[in-house]
Structure formats: structure tokens, C-alpha cells
Design a binder for this molecule. Structure first.
Ligand code: ZN
Length: 682
């Protein structure tokens, strides 16, 4: 007993006709009497294909009444497929046993064989056939069909025919030409009621969504774009009709922006919506949402975009997709890309996006993985986190960009409002809500002095958009110091500098530059540069270029703050040179060693210290030079101890630096003399 069910596929033949007489009780009782023939004829075979665990049933049925003039007719019924069947194939199709021809011949048994046989007594059958043939039904027999069934068959057939035609390439051409020739018959002018135009535009868009966007490579989709752009960009009513279609077809918005697998379709569709919005904003501000057409020209107007108008309706449609966003990671950049474009249209639009919750949503998405707050019980966030844990990659680049645009238009100096409805449009910068503020300041780490900003850490960690993240950092660092944000941000950025491999520090270094540009505190800035300089010694074989770029950029920073003196950053980088330079001068890649030497030349060596006006600066150059030499010598001797022999090419640049640095030692000073002698010997 194996407990495994199995199907018997052995060969089993059965006859077309069978005489049951020898099995009759009468005959079995008295075998001396010759039996009266009692013939039965095969009229149906039910076939099972598959295994004992799973499979499929279909049947072969004899057509009755048969037209006896022709040979008998059989029909195969297999789900929706009904087709003629050659009775001569019965042994091959129904007897089971091994395959007799084809690739599986005789090696494997067939998995399909008769499962149940239907025989009908010949005499009554013949009588019934004869009676049917004499009726008006004819041969093959056609039964009268009930009206209801007939109309269902008709509608099925016509639906099938329509689907068939929809997929005909000529239909794509037809719907494109509807757009192309829309105004040809009317001498280039749209009709007053726009009835025809609406039908043509909506039909094309329907076709675009249902058929063209789903075909492989979507060749017809891109062909449709040109005519569509032309229609949108030349008549505000046609433009609005296009946007109305989007508002009216929520599933289409989801399908075309998030769901379709072809990236170009999602992107193009987002661009079409944005283009239409831009056009309508200029051409028909009232439909777009401005109460007064003057408001577009006077951007200081504080009246919000109207509810129910086109822009707001599109925002509402996009907001509805939020809860299912976790299902469509492919379309994230297209969805958020469209929102970025919409936010960039202006302050009115930014305000509307904030009112629909998008600022809060962006924060939520970035902190949700580390947050156990009640709102994470929302099913869509739970699903999102589950997929992230399963290693699904969600592109965050455009989401971070949207956050950067929205944060950039907030005024952090204003106290947050309690409810979303309390936030008024303000051209000088919108206030945050309490919830948004909490999410922005949401932190991890303990104790308080070590807490870091979760949303920023996540944005930096994903590394999907370092430039947009740096923009966020800039805005936050420009907030006033007493708000406690600056210190918080600095700590967050510094927390990510020490990573392995060191190349992963790049987004953090880019944000560090942004932070330095905006921080109000010289002490903080100096601490950050020193901190990063110290980390360079640990980079190993990765990074290098990113770190060098940081110091090259940092020394040239012009602060947004008037309180930070000119040349301050140059002095910081100079002062930290003994920390960051030696490891880069001895880096395994020659271009990095060379570039480090070049940077040091312009930073330290190419100054004539005797003629420098700023005495303090001259002193700091001299100090840096001396310290640099000590650090280089120490680094070299550490390397010698570790590796015994060192390729001479590796030390070319450091040798040059050491030689240069000798200039900062005074030949008459005994201690300096001793030091120079010592380094030479090494
Ligand atoms: Zn028009």
C-alpha cells in the first residue's frame, strides 16, 4: 500500500455494436434455444484525460438521426469547442494503451482513454430516426430553439465578432484616423456642441486603453500619441474632453499609469495628462480650477483651486489609487513623476496636492517600515511592508522628488495646524499639519541626543534620488536653529557616512554638501567636515572618488548664510587634510591618488605663505602642511608594517607631498631638522 492513487492506462477495446442476447436471463436459463439477437450500438464515449489526481473530461457523440445515405457522423464536445470527429479514430483516441506513433510511441501509455460508454438499442433507435427523418426538421436534425436561448446565442456571437474586429490592426488605424481627420471636414474648426469630437476622442482613448496599451510592444500606441497631442494642444474643449475621459475612467488611469508592463506607455500617458493640464491652465483657467482668469497672471492670488474643476478631479483620481499602489511597483516612477509635474505647475497646485494628503503620504511611505504607529495598520501599508520584506524593489526616486518639491514649499517657521482643512493657500509657503510635522520629525535611536530622522535616513539609504534628497536637506537646514531641526539633520547625515562598502556613502556625502551650504552653525559645519575626514581612513578598497569629490566641493562652498565667513569652508577642508589626505594619496587606484595630489597642490602648496595678507590663513596653511607630512609618514610606516613591501608606484604621490611639506619646516629648528632626517630615512 503506497497510499498513492493511480489511473490504469492499459489498452481496452470495445465494439461498435454489441449483441446482448447471450446475456439475457431467458438464454442463460435454457442455452439450447438459439438467442434472439438484441443489438446495441455505440452512440457516445466519455473520455478522461489526465491522472488520477487531476484531469479533463470530454466526449464523442454520434449524431442522431443520422443521414443514412452518408456515412455516420460523430461530433466532439470539448468545453467550448464543438467539432466533427472521425469515427475511425475511436481506437486511437479511446482505447488507451501505448502511443502507436509520434514522439511518445510505445514508450509511454496514453493518458486519455474512454471512461464511460453509451450504447443505445438499435431497434427503437432506428424507429425514432425514421420518424424524425419524416418530420420537417430535416437531416441533420435541427430542434427549434427557445427565443431566449436564441437571443443569448446571437449576442454571444456578436460580442465575439466585435472582439475579433477590435483586435484587427485596421481598427487601430481607423481610430487614429478619427483623430487625425477630426477637423478636416469642418475646415479646421471644432463644432459648437463638440458632440462628434467627444465621440472621436473618447473612442480613440477607449481603444488606446483597452487594446493598444495591452498589445506587445504597443506599436500602435505610440502612433496614436502624435494625433492625440495635436487635438489636445489646439482646442481647450477637446483638451478638457480628454481630461474628462481620464476622470471618468478611473480604471483606465490605474491601468495606463500603473499597470501596463510597457514602461514607455505609462510614461507617455502621464505626459499626455500633464500636457493637457498645462494647456488648459493657460487656455481655460476657469475649467482648470481658477475662479478668475486673472489669477493665473497674478500668482499672488490666495484663492484655492476649485473643487470639482478639472485639476482637482485629476488629483482626486490619483489619490484614489494610493491604497493600491503597493500592487504596482513598476509604475511608481510614472505615478509620482506625474505628481511632480503637477506640483511644479505652481503654488496653487502644490497646495491642492497637500490638501489631498500627498505630503503626508510621502512621509508615511518613507517611515512606514520603522513605524508601529496605529496608521500602519492600514491594509495597504501592511501589504507594502510585506512585499518590501519579500525583497520587492519599489522605485523611490520620483516619490522623493515629489517630497522635495512639496517640502520646498512649506514654511517650517510657522506653527503646524491641527487639521488639513486649516491649511490655507499661502504663496510664501504652506504650513504643515501636526501629523506631517510629527512624521517629518519621527525618529529612531536612543538616547535623545543620538536620535536620527527616519524619513531622511530612508531616502538616503535607497539612494534612488540623491539630488532630490539633497534638496530636502537644504530646505530643512535653512530652518531656524531653535526649531531643533538642524542638529537632527546633521546627526542623521553623519550616521550614514561610515558604511561598508564605502561607495555607499555617496548619497550621504552629496547631502552633506547640501547641509554645509545651509547650516547656520560654523561649529556644526566644522564638526561635520572633521567627522567625514576621519572616516576616510576606513574606506578600504571602495569609495575614494566620492570622498575626494566631497572635499573638492566642500572647500568651494558659498554658504546661504551671511553669518558664515568667506573662505570658512576652505579653511575647514585644509585643516582636516591630515585626516583625509593620506588614505587617498595611497589609494589603490592611480587616478584617485593623482586627483588627491592635485587637490592638495591647490589647497596647500600653491600658496606663497610669505606674501599672504591674512596672517591667520598663512598660519593655518603652514600648520596643515606640517601635520600633513606627519600623517603621511605615519600612514606609510603603518602600511610598511602591514604589507612588508610596497609597490614604488603606489607611493609616488605621497612622496611628492612629503617633499612639498618639507617647506613648512624650518631648517634652523633642531627638532624640525631631526624630523626631516627621520622621514627621509623611511
Ligand atoms: Zn475642439
Amino acid at each position: 500500500m503506497s497510499g498513492v492513487r493511480s489511473k490504469i492506462n492499459d489498452k481496452f477495446e470495445f465494439p461498435e455494436r454489441i449483441d446482448m442476447a447471450p446475456y439475457h436471463v431467458d438464454y442463460l436459463k435454457d442455452r439450447d434455444q438459439p438467442p434472439n439477437p438484441d443489438l446495441y450500438e455505440l452512440v457516445g464515449v466519455l473520455v478522461h484525460s489526465g491522472t488520477a489526481e487531476s484531469g479533463h473530461y470530454y466526449s464523442y457523440i454520434k449524431e442522431r438521426p443520422a443521414n443514412s445515405m452518408i456515412h455516420q457522423s460523430w461530433v466532439e464536445f470539448n468545453d467550448m469547442d464543438v467539432s466533427k470527429f472521425d469515427f475511425g479514430s475511436i481506437p486511437d483516441q479511446c482505447f488507451g494503451g501505448p502511443h502507436e506513433s509520434g514522439p511518445y510511441s510505445s514508450r509511454y501509455p496514453k493518458v486519455f482513454s474512454a471512461y464511460m460508454l453509451f450504447y443505445e438499442r438499435v431497434d427503437p433507435m432506428n424507429a425514432s430516426e425514421e420518424s424524425q427523418i419524416s418530420t420537417s426538421w430535416g437531416v441533420p436534425a435541427k430542434c427549434p430553439v427557445p427565443t431566449e436561448l436564441q437571443s443569448q446565442i446571437n449576442s454571444n456571437n456578436s460580442a465575439w465578432l466585435r472582439t475579433y474586429c477590435m483586435f484587427d490592426p485596421a481598427h487601430a488605424t481607423f481610430s487614429r484616423q478619427l483623430l487625425e481627420q477630426l477637423r478636416i471636414v469642418t475646415n479646421g474648426i471644432c463644432s459648437d456642441d463638440h458632440k462628434t469630437e467627444k465621440e472621436a476622442i473618447w473612442l480613440s482613448l477607449d481603444h488606446l486603453e483597452r487594446i493598444l496599451s495591452r498589445s506587445k510592444d504597443c506599436p500602435h500606441f505610440s502612433k496614436m500619441l502624435g494625433p492625440l497631442q495635436k487635438v489636445i494642444g489646439s482646442c481647450s474643449t477637446c483638451c478638457n474632453l480628454t481630461l474628462e475621459w481620464v476622470v471618468d475612467h478611473k480604471h483606465a488611469l490605474r491601468n495606463l499609469l500603473l499597470r501596463v508592463p510597457t514602461a514607455s506607455v505609462r510614461k507617455d500617458f502621464g505626459n499626455i495628462i500633464l500636457m493637457a493640464l498645462q494647456y488648459l491652465r493657460e487656455a481655460e483657467p476657469r475649467w482648470y480650477g481658477f475662479q478668475d482668469s486673472d489669477e493665473v497672471d497674478h500668482p499672488s492670488s490666495n484663492r484655492e483651486l476649485q473643487q470639482g474643476a478639472t485639476f482637482t478631479s485629476i488629483v482626486a483620481g490619483l489619490e484614489e489609487l494610493w491604497t493600491s499602489l503597493w500592487m504596482y511597483h513598476r509604475g511608481w516612477d510614472d505615478y509620482f513623476g506625474l505628481l511632480v509635474g503637477m506640483a511644479n505647475l505652481g503654488m496653487h497646485e502644490t497646495h491642492k496636492l497637500m490638501q489631498y494628503g500627498f505630503l503626508q503620504y510621502c512621509f508615511e511611505m518613507l517611515v512606514v517600515e520603522s513605524c508601529k504607529e496605529p496608521w500602519t495598520r492600514n491594509l495597504h501599508y501592511t501589504n507594502y511592508v510585506r512585499y518590501v520584506e519579500k525583497a520587492r524593489k519599489y522605485p523611490m526616486g520620483k516619490l522623493i522628488e515629489l517630497l522635495a518639491v512639496l517640502i520646498g514649499r512649506t514654511d517650517l517657521k510657522k506653527d503646524p495646524v491641527r487639521r488639513m482643512q486649516d491649511r490655507r493657500l499661502n504663496m510664501g509657503g504652506m504650513v504643515m499639519t501636526k501629523d506631517e510635522d510629527d512624521l517629518m520629525m519621527f525618529s529612531s535611536g536612543f538616547p535623545r541626543s543620538k536620535r536620527i530622522c527616519v524619513f531622511l535616513e530612508k531616502a538616503l539609504n535607497t539612494d534612488h534620488n540623491p539630488q532630490a534628497t539633497a534638496k530636502i536637506v537644504r530646505h530643512l537646514a535653512l530652518a531656524e536653529e531653535e526649531l531643533g531641526i538642524v542638529e537632527f539633520i546633521q546627526r542623521t547625515i553623519q550616521s550614514g557616512i561610515n558604511v561598508d562598502p564605502a561607495c555607499l556613502a555617496e548619497p550621504w556625502l552629496i547631502s552633506a554638501i547640501a547641509f554645509l551650504e545651509c547650516t547656520p552653525s560654523e561649529t556644526g559645519a566644522k564638526r561635520m567636515i572633521d567627522n567625514i575626514a576621519t572616516e576616510v581612513d576606513t574606506i578600504g578598497y571602495s569609495g575614494g572618488r566620492e570622498h575626494l569629490d566631497f572635499f573638492a566641493q566642500a572647500r568651494r562652498i558659498t554658504s546661504y548664510r551671511s553669518t558664515i565667513s568667506r573662505g570658512f569652508f576652505n579653511r575647514c577642508v585644509l585643516h582636516a587634510a591630515p585626516q583625509w589626505a593620506p588614505a587617498l594619496l595611497l589609494f589603490w587606484e592611480e587616478p584617485i591618488r593623482g586627483a588627491t595630489l592635485d587637490l592638495l597642490k591647490s589647497l596647500v602648496f600653491n600658496h606663497d605663505t610669505t606674501q599672504m595678507d591674512d596672517e591667520e590663513y598663512a598660519d593655518s596653511i603652514e600648520a596643515a602642511g606640517r601635520n600633513l607630512q606627519v600623517a603621511c609618514v605615519r600612514k606609510c610606516s603603518n602600511m610598511v608594517q602591514l604589507q612588508k613591501t610596497i609597490d614604488s608606484r603606489l607611493v609616488e604621490q605621497v612622496q611628492e607631498v612629503i617633499d612639498h611639506c618639507k617647506a613648512y619646516y624650518h631648517a634652523e629648528d633642531d627638532r624640525d631638522k631631526a624630523f626631516i632626517a627621520e622621514t627621509d630615512s623611511k
